[in-house]
Design a protein around this ligand. Structure first.
Ligand SMILES: Cc1cc2nc3c(=O)[nH]c(=O)nc-3n(C[C@H](O)[C@H](O)[C@H](O)COP(=O)(O)OP(=O)(O)OC[C@H]3O[C@@H](n4cnc5c(N)ncnc54)[C@H](O)[C@@H]3O)c2cc1C
Length: 458
């Protein structure tokens, strides 16, 4: 999304409207802003619009985001760059700040509202607008020009391009540092170093509390990822379907908020890989699955979070089985309260409510069971999206909508027909027990709950 007009000669600064890539390092949009500023002999100003009406935002998401903004403020200051985060709708903040900008640079988001914001800014800005894509390895429209069928169809397309995009240039120092630059915009500032006060002034849902076990920000994200690479990467292949263990990267929440660069994550994984098998398995998730999800939301902009987005075969088979007898039916409240007959599912729901995270294998089981226990597939789909976005720190992400839709057949094939599911892939507790150790998982969740309670008690 660009506004292709000449750079304004009377601008006072180069503006980077940061919204998706909430980091001060390994950030291609920031690099482009610095490059322009150095060429024009101007300072860089970075802004961010903190929107309390952001779809689904609650105290948990906002606390994590504010941790990130505090790191951004520190990181930019060290580079001589002013940071002016403001309360307000992101496009309004961007347009206000753009009034005195020579050029506005922004990053890219892959969801409906993120794209709408950027379109608004590109149409209304009083200066040139350049969008820089930095949250994928292969730019979404370079990887493919259409909604892909499955991992098998996008995988070769991605791998053909990956090497071309796997580099991060050194960030140039700014030639005209000015951390005190005052844009005189009149918008209410976000005091990023006073998280408590900032959270208190937001009119948001406080029933979902921040997670003490997982603070946000680029520094924490880097340290946590390095710990995974150094200590647990070697067990990734054996344990990626073993939810009772914790040998996964926990990168998803940091990627969702842009606290880490995916290109940096891939380069670091390559450098640290204990063997090719671990690297291949990890990059299959980090590049192929993640960028398949981004392909899905990008090319299904209007319905990626709706039941109607499912492939025809999936909706047909679910329709044929909509009147099948269901052994258990739970409503959204019973599900959110983890009040089902299934101790493994309840533990997964507790992990999600208390920690904002869940191991991938349990996410699959969790989603499949909501389909099985809902009165209709449409209701199951909608409930899953709602719970996912409400509790997960990494919710409201392309991976969220793709993960939910996968439970209903997206990117998958038809399996043996059975009640309720039709030809949709099925999972059950017996399978969990055969392949993993769900009883140990229940114990792990109880331990995590106790740790979170301890960590969050003042
Ligand atoms: C029902 C359901 C809901 C889901 N909801 C979300 C969500 O809200 N947000 C989210 O980020 N992911 C979601 N996923 C995908 C996946 O479960 C998580 O990305 C993963 O468990 C995050 O943990 P990790 O970072 O430790 O993963 P790791 O195993 O360490 O993987 C590294 C990275 O690869 C990517 N990745 C891993 N698995 C997948 C996958 N199946 N699809 C796409 N990318 C993947 C993620 O970016 C992840 O951070 C969902 C999956 C299902 C089945």
């Amino acid at each position: 999304m660009t506004r292709d007009v000449p750079i304004r000669s009377d601008g006072s600064y180069v503006l980077y409207w940061m919204q998706q890539a909430q980091r001060s390092h390994d950030n291609p949009a920031l690099d482009v802003a610095i490059h322009h500023a150095n060429t024009l002999g101007l300072p860089v100003l970075v802004t961010f619009g903190l929107d309390e009406t952001y779809p689904g935002a609650n105290a948990r998401h906002m606390a994590y985001l504010l941790d990130g903004l505090a790191d951004v403020a520190e990181g930019l200051k060290a580079q001589g760059i002013a940071f002016a985060p403001r309360f307000g709708s992101p496009p309004d903040v961007a347009l206000t700040m753009a009034r005195h900008a020579a050029v506005l640079v922004c990053d890219r988001g892959y969801l409906r509202h993120q794209r709408a914001w950027r379109r608004t800014v590109a149409q209304a800005a009083s200066c040139r607008v350049e969008e820089v894509e930095g949250e994928v390895v292969v730019p979404v429209e370079t990887a493919s020009v259409k909604r892909e069928w499955a991992a098998r169809t996008i995988r070769p397309k991605l791998w053909r391009e990956v090497e071309r995009f796997l580099s991060l240039p050194e960030t140039n120092p700014v030639h005209h540092p000015n951390v005190d630059l005052d844009p005189a915009d009149g918008l209410p500032p976000v005091l990023v170093h006073d998280k408590r006060a900032t959270l208190a002034r937001l009119e948001i849902d406080r029933s979902v509390q921040p997670v003490a076990l997982f603070p946000g920000g680029e520094r924490t994200a880097r340290a946590s990822y390095q710990a995974f690479l150094a200590n647990r990467f070697g067990a990734y292949v054996a344990h990626r379907n073993q939810p009772q263990t914790d040998d996964v990267s926990h990168l998803s929440k940091a990627l969702h908020f842009g606290h880490v660069s995916v290109v940096r994550a891939v380069l670091d994984a390559r450098a640290a890989a204990p063997n090719d098998e671990a690297l291949d398995a990890f990059l299959e998730e980090l590049i192929v699955r993640r960028e398949l999800a981004i392909n899905f939301t990008w090319f299904s902009e209007h319905d990626y979070d709706r039941y109607e987005t499912l492939p025809d075969w999936a909706r047909t088979t679910l329709d044929e089985h909509r009147h099948d007898a269901r052994e258990f039916v739970y409503d959204a409240e019973q599900l959110a309260n983890a009040e089902t007959h299934d101790p493994y599912w309840n533990a997964a729901m507790r992990e999600m409510v208390v920690t904002g995270y869940m191991h991938n294998y349990m996410r699959m089981y969790w989603g499949k069971k909501i389909l099985e226990w809902s009165a209709t597939p449409e209701e199951g789909f909608a409930t899953t999206v709602r719970l996912n976005d409400r509790y997960f720190l990494d919710g409201r992400d392309p991976n969220s909508y793709t993960g939910v839709a996968w439970c209903y057949g997206l990117h998958d094939r038809a399996w043996t027909e059975r009640a309720v599911f039709g030809k949709i892939r099925y999972m059950n507790a017996a399978g969990l027990k055969r392949k993993a150790d769900p009883d140990a998982y229940v114990v792990k969740v109880a331990r995590l709950e106790a740790e979170e309670n301890r960590a969050s008690t003042p």
